[in-house]
Design a protein around this ligand. Structure first.
Ligand SMILES: *Cc1c(COP(=O)(O)O)cnc(C)c1O
Length: 390
């Protein structure tokens, strides 16, 4: 009888077309070269140039957001968004610890403190019930906001992450946040092309951010964007992203301490070509999920992360979850697949276990501490090829 890791390896190898498969890689088979060349020919390669606005307009169309501010990275977008809603020194911002470190780092850049909340097993995003429970326990509602009774600090905002592109339960999260007067900033870094009900992820909170890093579904090399429907917030963030320079044909006047966080025209040119292919990329990834479901259906003890009835996922990273008592197999699966040319990865180390965040406040993290040890990301790229099914 073969062990579970060997059976998983065999099953994958029986379905992949190629012997070696990467986790995720960008594909440039649209107008990328043409638009980047046009950008070079125009000599406008920095933050001024027509591709930046064109990219923002395309993103407005895709997401339905009223305002889009293109930035130099998703992390920069998060930092600005947090500043924009008023996250300041010694405030707390709630999030799940199952996310890329940038979500917490951006909070730290504001001299604020992340506060970790458990996730829902179904979505891998912050669990509205756990959020409510924690707030009922420690939150004190005052006229100037919600105070953490145990630390004395204001809890200002919640940053729900749409983990691996899978929309979290926004209904539940938004209603708890409204009850406690907390700002919502969606970290939709991974979820371009994912929807909750009929709205694009990142458009439900006061603002949301997207990342266009090289490993995301659509890339600008490095880049990000903030989505919002709030005109005042949008102009404030645009101003902050361009060193707070007051618009003038030749004068350099800055009216506050701003940031060099604007997206470059060169990145935006690449992004325009990539965005045109988003719906094709999403379709391919959705088919990857169907295939993985087919592969793993005979393994009772394994599940694939799937969208809820209320949402549509872009399935950015395919996510296999080992059964409750199978965490001891994870490293063996990772070792065996990687040794055989199949690039797989565990989930991020949980943020409250990293040295810089180990002393931050957190609620009961039972679900995420168990899940964190059982997640395996599988090859998910648009270029991934399958053998023909008979
Ligand atoms: C990628 C990512 C970010 C950061 O985006 P960058 O463009 O790499 O700075 C933030 N949050 C999450 C959840 C991410 O996956």
């Amino acid at each position: 009888m073969k062990t579970l890791p060997v059976r998983i390896l065999d099953a994958l190898q029986a379905h992949y077309h190629d012997p070696e498969v990467r986790l995720h890689e960008p594909v440039f088979e649209g107008d990328e070269k043409q638009l980047v060349t046009a950008c070079l020919d125009s000599s406008f390669v920095s933050t001024v140039g027509p591709f930046v606005s064109e990219f923002e307009n395309k993103l407005k169309e895709v997401t339905g957001a009223q305002y889009v501010i293109a930035t130099s990275s998703g992390t920069a977008a998060l930092h600005l968004a947090l500043l924009g809603v008023g996250v300041k020194k010694d405030m707390e911002v709630m999030m799940s610890p199952l996310t890329f470190v940038a979500t917490a780092n951006a909070v730290s850049y504001c001299n604020a403190i992340p506060h970790f909340i458990d996730v829902s097993k179904k979505t891998l995003g912050i669990d509205p019930e756990a959020l409510r429970k924690r707030l009922d326990e420690i939150g004190h509602r005052t006229s100037s906001g919600c105070i953490n009774k145990t630390t004395g600090r204001q809890i200002k905002a919640v940053v729900p992450v749409h983990t691996y592109g899978n929309p979290c339960d926004l209904d539940g999260i938004l209603s708890v946040c409204a009850e406690y007067s907390l700002e919502v900033i969606e970290d939709a870094a991974e979820s371009l092309g994912s929807y909750f009900l009929s709205g694009h992820t990142g458009t439900f909170g006061r603002c949301g951010i997207i990342s266009f890093n090289g490993n995301k579904i659509v890339t600008t090399g490095s880049g990000g964007a903030i989505l919002t429907d709030d005109p005042t917030l949008a102009s404030k963030l645009r101003h902050l992203s361009t060193t707070a320079k007051v618009d003038h044909p030749w004068r350099y006047y800055h009216d506050e301490i701003g940031f060099n966080y604007r997206m470059s025209n060169l990145s935006a040119a690449l992004g325009c070509a990539q965005l045109d292919q988003l719906s094709v990329f999403v379709e391919i990834k959705r088919r990857h999920t169907e295939r993985y479901l087919e592969i793993f259906k005979e393994f009772g003890e394994l599940t694939m992360l799937e969208e809820s009835k209320k949402s549509k996922s872009n399935y950015w990273l395919q996510t296999l979850v080992l059964g409750d008592n199978l965490d001891s197999y994870r490293d063996e699966v990772l070792g065996l697949t990687n040794a055989n040319g199949i690039m797989t990865r565990p989930s991020w180390e949980l943020l409250h276990q990293l040295p810089m965040y180990k002393d931050t406040p957190f609620g009961n993290l039972k679900v995420v501490e168990s899940l964190g040890k059982r997640i395996i990301n599988l090859p998910s790229g648009v270029s991934l090829k399958w053998k023909q099914l008979h």
